[in-house]
Write a new protein. Sequence first.
Length: 287
Amino acid sequence: MLVSAAEMLKKAKAGHYAVGQFNINNLEWTKAVLTTAQELNSPVILGVSAGAGKYMCGFKVVADMVKAMIESLNITVPVAIHLDHGTYEDCYKCIKAGFSSIMFDGSHYPIEENIAKTQELVNVAHALGLSIEAEVGSIGGEEDGVVGMGECADPEECKKIADLGVDMLAAGIGNIHGKYPENWKGLSFETLDAVQQLTGEMPLVLHGGTGIPADMIQKAISLGVSKINVNTECQLSFTAATRAYIEAGKDLTGKGFDPRKVLLPGYEAIKATVKEKMELFGSVGKA
Ligand code: 13P
C-alpha cells in the first residue's frame, strides 16, 4: 500500500523503533526490498537518489514501477516512495512524478534560505498529501576520493526547521554516507540528545546507516531516531554475492549465464541485509 511516510514515522517514534529507508537501483532491488517488508510485516521507505532516478530513466518510471509492483505482488504493508537528498527542482519533479514523500536537502544553504525553501515545499507537499524531510548540518561522505567527516547540526537551527511542520528531520550527528573510516569518532549522542530535547515529537532521521554498530543504532533509536537510511550496505552485499557466483564459475555451467540466474544471489543477499536491518531497527511486525 503506497502511503506518505508521516503516519508510519509517528507510530515509530511513539513505539521506540525505526523504519528503514532502503535506496533502490533497479527492478530486482525494488522487488527484494518490497517482498522482505511484506514477509516481515514491516513498514518500509524506498529511497531514490537523483542519480538512481536518472539511471532508472527518470522519477516517473520509478514511481510507476513501484506502484505497479505493489499492486502485482499484493504488497499490503505501508510503503513510501521517497526522494533522497533532493534539490529544490527535483522535489517538484518527484511531486509531479507521483512520489509519496520527498526530502529537501537545503543543508548547504545559509539557514534563512534553507528555512524559506523548506517552508514553501512543506506547504506544497502537505497540500498534496506527501510527507517531507528536511536536513540541517550536512552529512559527510566520500567525494572525489576524500572522505569528509560529518558535521554536527546546531540544535537551535533544527528547532527552527522542525517548527516549519516537516514530517521528519535529518540532523547531522557525525554520521557519514558510505563506509566509515578507521578513525571515525562515532555518533555524537550529545548532539542527538540536544536536538531531540528541542524538537520533541519530531521523528529524527539517521543517514549513513551502513556500518554503524548495532549498539549505536539502538542508542540512537532510544534518543528519538525513527528513520534510518541504508544504501551502501545493500550494494556491498549484492556485489559480494554476484562476485561469488561468477568466481565459482556458475555462469559457465548449463544456463548459468541467464541474467535471471546471475542476478539471483545478489537479490537474495539484498533481502538478507534488509531483514537484518529491519530486525535491528525493531520494525518487524509493525505494519
Ligand atoms: P549509506 O550509504 O551509508 O548506508 O547511507 C545511506 C543514506 O543515508 C541515504 O541518504
